[in-house]
Design a protein around this ligand. Structure first.
Ligand code: HEM
Length: 508
């Protein structure tokens, strides 16, 4: 009898859950918002968790299917949890710029029990606001200009390594080499650490980067699906203990060293140490960057910020410089035009590669922007609604807590903004063409108060190796590189499943 009652109770609970799930999966329809056709219980995003579709393709498909219907947004379900994809450029602008205070969170996983996760990208609310103020001074144009020497200092290494492919007539695994270059750059420019990933591909930092960034669809899905506090409480760990211990040790030693030895380097570590000691970051001219007295940062904050800067600082930029060479390898005319500009500008600067010379390379800037357009390394940006929000000129209310997606890739490939969206055309970024588009028609670094804090450094890391390499080598696609080029699933970063292989020849 007891067994029968228990069975009835379980069946009733299951039926109740199914009915609830079914009812929830009509949430957007009840609001008058067009929605996809969610799978019972599993919802729409399940293929992302199974790794059968990439994040890039998932959101591009939605954008291309629903934007031409003139919709402002479209509803999707993560199991039965309602989420929203914004489509219309006015709504996008309202969310990320005009009414950004209602969407001030990225809504991604972080928890105190996962020491590497409570960094600027993930944290929310007042804690985020204060941390953003503390970290902003590191990325001023003046500070980034000072980092030029560190970045340019590593460029001869990448030229040397690529030269080996040219001389041995072997295809260049370009992402691998540029990723190693970027690791060396970020460790030098931000932490004052000398790392030789270019020559020691199996070194510790490379291993850390690989582990943290290896595509993992279930992990990505779990972190998106469950409440972050729930995951934290059940002991979920985003990274392996070995990775946490190794990275923590390096940062602890570096912080201690920098605390004991007053360094002239105005880098990330110096700022961290100064914030820890509750002082201000002084500039070379004696002025201070941090106005708020009492700014303070703890050792654990130094650790997680260092971790995110390390990851964000090398993966995004090396992916973009790789995509840039991939595009240039397919278009010899654009490649040659860029090379001519580089030579001309350097000639004007007596052959010296300086920060000012780099800033004068306008065509290079267009090439990089166009690369970002077709291959945005962050193809979709998440936001979480932080207070109930009524969408202008509609009856739609986005409730507090709802997750919203900014489909960057869809916008970048929209023929309304770019007439021939799949053609690599740097002239899309001429002054005249830029003026014709809404400001949110190009946002590889996001927009508004959450705009990428490392944008200037990112540009530097992309442009410097391009200049150094294009001066010495010609690039073409290796014959194994045949379309279609499929995007990798299980990662929020846009990358191809197959490695990009280029043929390299020296320019005499
Ligand atoms: C090609 C280079 C890069 C790209 C495409 C990129 C892209 C992005 C995007 C799309 C966001 C989210 C913006 C938003 O929500 O509106 C972001 C945020 C962020 N990025 Fe980058 N990033 C790059 C380089 C860097 C570098 C070099 C660093 C630091 C060393 C960095 C640190 C950050 C941080 C800390 C945030 C969080 C900002 C906040 O939420 O306040 N990024 N980045």
């Amino acid at each position: 009898m007891t067994l029968l009652i228990a069975l009835v109770a379980v069946v009733s609970l299951v039926l109740l859950f199914c009915a609830y799930s079914k009812w929830m999966q009509q949430y957007w329809a009840r609001q008058g918002v067009t929605q996809l056709e969610p799978r019972f219980i599993l919802g729409d995003t399940f293929p992302l968790g199974r790794g059968t579709i990439s994040v890039k393709d998932f959101f591009l498909d939605i954008y291309q299917q629903y934007k031409p219907k003139g919709l402002k947004c479209v509803g999707i379900y993560n199991t039965h949890v309602p989420e929203l994809v914004a489509l219309d450029s006015t709504l996008l602008k309202d969310i990320i710029i005009k009414d950004s205070s209602s969407f001030a969170s990225h809504g991604v996983f972080y928890h105190d029990t996962n020491v590497l996760t409570s960094h600027l990208f993930n944290i929310e609310g007042q804690i985020w606001r204060e941390r953003r103020v503390k970290l902003t001074p590191l990325f001023t144009s003046g500070k980034v200009k000072m980092m030029f020497e560190s970045v340019a200092g590593i460029a001869p290494g990448v030229v040397d390594v690529v030269g080996k492919s040219a001389d041995s007539n072997t295809p260049l695994p370009v992402k691998d080499v540029l990723s190693r270059f970027s690791i060396d750059v970020i460790l030098s420019a931000m932490f004052g650490l000398k790392c030789q990933s270019l020559y020691e591909p199996d070194n510790m930092f490379r291993a850390i980067g690989k582990e943290a960034l290896t595509p993992n669809a279930p992990k990505m899905y779990i972190e998106n699906l469950f409440n972050r506090n729930f995951l934290g409480k059940i002991g979920y760990q985003s990274f392996s203990e070995e990775l946490v211990v190794t990275f923590s040790k390096v940062i602890k030693e570096t912080t201690e060293y920098r605390e004991m030895n007053d360094s002239q380097r105005n880098d990330f570590m110096k700022l961290m140490v100064q914030l820890k000691k509750q002082t201000s970051l002084s500039n070379n001219d004696g002025s201070n960057d941090i106005k708020k007295s009492g700014s303070y940062i703890t050792d654990s904050e130094i650790l997680c910020e260092s971790f995110f800067m390390f990851l964000a600082g090398h993966e995004t930029s090396s992916s973009t410089s790789t995509f840039a060479l991939f595009c240039l390898a397919q278009d010899p005319e654009i490649q040659e035009k860029l090379r001519t500009e580089i030579k001309d500008v350097l000639k004007k600067h007596n052959g010296k590669f300086t920060y000012d010379a780099l800033m004068e390379m306008e065509y290079l800037d267009k090439v990089v922007r166009e690369t970002f357009r077709i291959y945005p390394v962050v193809p979709v940006i998440p936001r979480r609604c932080t207070k109930d929000y009524k969408v202008n000129n509609t009856n739609i209310v986005i409730e507090k807590g709802t997750k919203i997606y900014i489909p960057v890739i869809g916008v970048h490939l929209d023929p309304e903004f770019y007439p021939d969206p799949l053609r690599f055309n740097p002239e899309n970024f001429s002054i005249e063409n830029r003026a014709k588009r809404p400001e949110v028609a190009w946002m590889p670094f996001g927009e508004g108060p959450r705009l990428c804090i490392g944008m200037r450094l990112g540009y530097l890391q992309i442009k410097v190796p391009l200049v150094a390499l294009l001066l010495k080598y010609k690039f073409t696609l290796n014959k194994v590189m045949q379309p279609p080029f499929i995007a990798e699933a299980g990662t929020v970063v846009y990358m191809f499943k197959q490695p990009i292989l280029l043929d390299v020849t020296r320019i005499n």
